[in-house]
Design a binder for this molecule. Sequence first.
Ligand code: MRU
Length: 382
Amino acid sequence: MSLEAIRYKRGKLEVLDQLRLPHEHHYDEVSTSEAAFDCIRSMRVRGAPAIAIVASLALGVELWNARFYAKNGPETIAFIDGRLDYLYESRPTAVDLANAIAVLKEAVREVDDTGMEGAVARSAVILKFVETAEVILKRDLQNNLAIGSNGADWLLKQGEPTDSSLSVLTHCNTGSLATSGHGTALGIIRSLHARNVLKHAYCTETRPYNQGSRLTSFELVFEKIPATLVTDSMAAALFHLKKDAMNIRAVIVGADRVVRNGDTANKIGTYQLAVLARHHGIKFIVAAPTTSIDLDTVTGSDIKIEERKREELTQISGPVVKADGTVDVKQTVRVATADQHIDVWNPAFDVTPHGLIDVIVTEKGAVEKNVDGEFDLTTVKA
Ligand code: MRU
């Protein structure tokens, strides 16, 4: 059995509530664009590819179940455009959603050009939308499997050939829970493990939302991958003290948006890991499907970074741990972790400059910098 963040069959979408993980496995039915918006904004589903997939499929389900008024093709397309523009506002930094929206808008327009009319055209537009959303789901899994393999190939080719296994560190959650399955950065770790060359995976807690401790450590335990959880602030000490003993060879992270020059927005804390990796002579790998690439934005300074609410830093909630060490999921408490009056800055992402990135691994191959130190991402995305 593998972890599934998204369960889908035509006309029905269920999304695993990631806020309840790792303690409870509860799926919410998401059958409208409003429900998808709420699910994404509240981070019950998160991760760049998963956000795009849930938004696309949820609108597909809404259309399939015909919960809207439109009497012909153009009215159906106008309704779809309005819903997609609304979903676009759910979270701003990851580009996968914007890319999926562009693909969906273009696909439905192809039907409009066929000359069909009235209810026939309406049905054809709906079918085209649903089929396109289903392709987005299916392609993501194929992309992740290819990224896993390409990333493992690239890493194993670096430096001195080694028979011994290697260790890596990852940040945030980029696994099955953030995608349709397998994962991107975590997909590379899975592939290394499957090839029996992974000594150990370290995962960061990923404050303030704890995607590392709540989700990645859960996936690593589930997959029986040898792994250790550290807080974000332990990375420097880990590299300094354990790099040689554990053969720590790479930091592998995902991406929310890789722009034309390779600058990469990813979970807050990624940039500091890139600085540390460079200082310690550790490779820094960005794993990104081409759906996370944005060639229209030239440098990272133009990326809009989502800022989230203050309570994510000043409070935390979770189920009660009983005296015997077991968790009581029926009793959730919210506790204060800071003075409730302190000013808070809570950017959800940061931008790692391309100069600190050694390789961007996509499903189409690993992109390295040229002799001038520049990435050319047009080799994988037109
Ligand atoms: O705020 P989140 O949890 O949506 O942030 C997720 C990340 O930053 C991931 O690294 C990124 O989306 C890639 S997931 C394959």
